[in-house]
Ligand binder design. Structure first.
Ligand code: PLP
Length: 396
């Protein structure tokens, strides 16, 4: 048998995960890892104690397919407590193994081969892989970097409108947005919602960073809460980012029964159910969040500000990030050939790892001048990265 990598055609365009590659390079060169988005500290004690208690209590077998009842209820209660409306934990909530699995379940569960799905670029790379698994055709609409005097990445309503065709089945909106740190405004969401209604399209929203917004003037607005949108929206999220427990992989989809049906049709054959004790831990964290999110936001906002200042001092153009734990910067004033060349130099010569974002773009040229940094680290880790960045000079 041939020893050539045996990879199905649908996965060939995606290559190896850029996150794994950059983390491996960061370790190899002992670089401060501001590439992959995971905190270098632990989540809240309450969650951990509840998961340990669930293990001791013998919650060791398969969980219910749609989620441990206590967690479905905690997710529904939290949705209602934030004023988003009353939902049914059994009919509307499906627990998944992270938001990642919820994304794949949704795309594979509702799309047929030949359907079109609209993504904004830059995008989280699971979206395009999920569309490929579903045999669906992705259409891309750019989020453009802020121009002089603008404070956020922006979308062109004409470009968006042009992406809708009679084959469009769904649009995926990630707000708050990785990697730009953009929070979609009410006006933008209403414009997207209007197009969904006009073309009878399903809205899928990825809201994993819903609790990590740093600007009071930019509240998180779930698309499902806009007029006439509940019936056509699947809201995806997880606990990983909110509670710094990315390795737990507990996520969920919130949707009306006719859309939950598609998510569940895929989920039952994808993983069937999610780690039982961790669901008890997640329920405890969601019910009793304490001031964890408040402290996390304080740390991340300070990290963001310090990193932005350091990058500006090195000559980069730093695009404002209002949320998530990422920021995008334009490295072109430093004269490197593209994002790969810049990040390779950064890792090997400066000792700081970041992500070259061309992998988040369909039109690669849009990503070449950019670099993504993660700032979800301890203050000391950021100190070390900032110290090393002082050695950064323009390319010869
Ligand atoms: C936009 C976005 N969606 C989903 C995920 C995955 O979430 P989870 O870790 O819960 O699978 C990530 C993780 O980086 C993300 O950035």
């Amino acid at each position: 048998m041939s020893r050539e990598a045996c990879i199905a055609e649908r996965f060939r365009p995606f290559g190896a995960s850029i996150f794994a590659e950059m983390t491996r390079l960061a370790n190899q060169h002992k670089a401060v890892n501001l590439s992959q988005g995971f905190p270098d500290f632990d989540g809240p004690d309450g969650a951990k104690q509840a998961a340990i208690a669930a293990i001791h209590a013998g919650h060791a077998q398969y969980a219910r397919m749609i989620g441990v009842p206590d967690l479905n209820r905690a997710i529904a209660d939290s949705w209602a407590a934030r004023g988003y409306g009353t939902i049914d934990p059994e009919a509307n909530v499906t627990v998944t193994s992270g938001c990642s699995e919820a994304i794949i379940n949704t795309l594979v569960g509702i799309l047929n081969p030949g359907d079109e799905v609209i993504f904004f670029e830059p995008y989280f790379d699971f979206y395009t892989a999920g569309a490929a698994m579903a045999g669906a055709t992705p259409k891309f609409v750019a989020l453009h970097p802020p121009r002089k005097g603008e404070s956020a990445f922006w979308l062109d309503p004409n470009e968006l409108r042009a992406a809708f065709t009679p084959r469009t089945r769904a649009i995926l909106v990630n707000t708050p947005h990785n990697p730009t740190g953009k929070v979609f405004t009410r006006e933008e969401l209403e414009m997207i919602a209007g197009l969904c209604r006009e073309h009878d399209v399903i809205a899928i929203t990825d809201e994993v960073y819903e609790h990590l917004i740093y600007e009071k003037s930019l509240p998180h607005i779930p698309m499902a809460t806009l007029p006439e949108m509940w019936d056509r929206t699947i809201t995806l999220s997880s606990m990983g980012k909110t509670f710094s427990l990315t390795g737990w992989k507990v996520g969920w989809a919130i949707a009306p029964p006719h859309l939950s049906a598609g998510v569940r049709a895929a989920h039952q054959f994808m993983t069937f159910s999610t780690a039982t004790p961790l669901q008890y831990g997640a329920a405890a964290a969601i019910r009793e969040p304490g001031d964890y999110s408040v402290r996390l936001r304080e740390l991340f906002a300070s990290n963001r500000d310090r990193l932005s200042a350091a990058l500006r001092d090195c000559g980069l153009i730093v695009h404002p990030s209002h949320s998530t734990y990422f920021l995008m910067a334009d490295h072109s004033p430093l004269g490197f050939a593209d994002d790969r060349a810049f990040v390779t130099h950064l890792i090997e010569k400066i000792g700081v790892a970041a992500i070259p974002p061309t992998g988040f773009y369909n039109r690669k040229e849009l990503g070449k001048p950019l670099v993504r940094f993660a700032f979800c680290k301890k203050a000391e880790t950021m100190d070390e990265a900032i110290k090393r960045l002082r050695a950064l000079r323009p390319a010869m």
